[in-house]
Design a protein around this ligand. Sequence first.
Ligand code: 5GP
Length: 117
Amino acid sequence: MSKKTIFQKIIDREIPAPLVYEDDLVAAFNDINPVAPTHILIVPKKVIPRVGEAVAEDQATLGALLLAAGKIADKLGVTARDKGFRLVINHGRDAGESVPHLHVHLLAGRRLEWPPG
Ligand code: 5GP
């Protein structure tokens, strides 16, 4: 059996991290090293290493990640157009992926530059 990722250990409650959101398919918690005033990681409970390795049967899980992001953003009060938030998925070395368990970064609370670095 492959080694659990840090995110799987958080989901399995082996490592304490308060969940800011949870449903049947996904869980969300604060990033340990935030790069914005709000920096939340939304993670599927099923281990999908990275988005490019998702398969057709993961469609509901992939949708659940974005729906969860919208709900969390709404709860945070950042969905108004004069506020806003950004979702980021890093796949592979060139994108800066460091944890091989698919996750969506939700960033909010400051003006975010475009294009990203
Ligand atoms: P990636 O670079 O793979 O897109 O993002 C991984 C993220 O996981 C990074 O932003 C990093 O700060 C975060 N991270 C790494 N280890 C932990 C941890 O143990 N707990 C939490 N909450 N976040 C972590």
